[in-house]
Design a protein around this ligand. Structure first.
Ligand code: A3D
Length: 321
């Protein structure tokens, strides 16, 4: 149809506001900002709409405090909940944000059952799992954003270190979105050359590479420590927009996302970061790469951490068991 797409943002905080702005700048569709805070989604929507004549984009902005407003959304991006403060781990957010996912899930079930849903709320892998359960939406239409961001951080640090364009650096970070995330050296490249080869060629030392991997793992915490009042929002928003755009424009991009696994990678009934293909049907393919022994070990450790969080969800709220 010729109608504009409708993008609903559940949570209109730091990431939600940035998402709303990017949707306009990229002309992906009309935006509904939802939040429990009264006035905030309306105010951010109006402010961004007032920038549209300057930047020259056409998009309608609506702010809302009730779920009816998201009816018929094509894409829903969920950031509702609380972010970390310095000293907190993502896992400390589980109790509060699990309740939020139950509410959001109900709203999705009732008003946006056909949407492609991208969850950003932390702890990511457990929250996207809870959101899928609470909403009952198809598993290929509910995904979590983490891998695109973690890989973008890895790419940025590599590009900066080597003095090359970020465009020519590709990287893959899989597993759960926690301190045990798995940056895959063998599958990360600069101008098509895998990182282990760059080390052999002497362009990058193993020590430097190790410290970049470490910085990538702690990338979220580095921003939290600097901001003090919340967590990263520009790069997380950009990452979710790349996923939404692949769905809306049927780009068939292959991106690392938290996807529902049903036996792939030896994992069942859990969301974990793996490479997936996103197109008009949502997650159209899960790419199963062959790990070597070290990678397998790192991935299992990360999956075990996610499993601990999923089990905690089931204990806190038996409705999820
Ligand atoms: P923030 O600016 O606090 O925005 C969250 C918004 O959610 C606020 O406006 C709240 O009013 C709203 N909210 C709270 N409860 C509800 C509810 N029940 N229904 C609807 N809205 C509600 O946070 P933020 O935008 O910086 O971060 C949002 C989430 O993303 C947090 O959980 C972060 O930890 C998470 N996050 C994840 C990543 C990943 O890579 C996965 C990166 C950065 C942040």
């Amino acid at each position: 149809t010729m109608a504009r797409k409708k993008i609903a943002l559940i949570g209109s905080g730091q990431i939600g506001g940035t998402l709303a702005h990017l949707v306009g700048l990229k002309e992906l569709g009309d935006v509904v900002l939802f939040d429990i805070a009264e006035g905030v989604p309306q105010g951010k929507g109006l402010d961004i709409a007032e920038s549209s004549p300057v930047d020259g984009f056409d998009a309608k902005y609506t702010g809302a405090n009730s779920y009816e407003a998201i009816a018929g959304a094509d894409v829903v991006i969920v950031t509702a909940g609380v972010p970390r403060k310095p000293g907190m781990s993502r896992d400390d957010l589980l109790g509060i944000n699990l309740k939020v996912m139950s509410q959001v899930g109900e709203g999705l079930k009732q008003y946006a059952p056909d949407a492609f849903v991208i969850c950003i709320t932390n702890p990511l892998d457990a929250m996207v799992w809870a959101l899928q359960k609470a909403s009952g939406l198809p598993k290929n239409k509910v995904v979590g954003m983490a891998g695109v961001l973690d890989s973008a951080r890895f790419r940025y640090f590599l590009a900066e270190e080597l003095g090359v364009s970020v465009k020519d650096v590709h990287a893959m970070t899989l597993g759960g979105h926690g301190d045990d995330m798995v940056p895959l050296i063998r599958y990360s490249t600069v101008g098509g050359v895998p990182l282990p080869d760059l080390v052999k060629m002497g362009w990058l030392t193993q020590d430097k590479l190790d410290s970049i991997v470490k910085r990538t793992r702690g990338g979220g915490g580095e921003i939290v420590a600097l901001l003090k009042t919340g967590s990263a929002f520009y790069a997380p928003a950009a990452s979710a927009i790349a996923m939404a755009e692949s769905y809306l424009r049927d780009q068939k991009r292959v991106l690392p996302c938290a996807a529902y696994l049903d036996g792939q990678y030896g994992v069942s009934d859990m969301y974990v970061g793996v490479p997936v293909l996103i197109g008009e049907n949502g997650v159209e393919k899960i790419v199963e790469i062959a790990f070597d022994e070290t990678e397998k070990e790192m991935f299992s450790k990360s999956v075990a951490a996610v499993k601990g969080l999923v089990d905690a969800c089931k204990t806190i709220n038996p409705a999820f068991a």
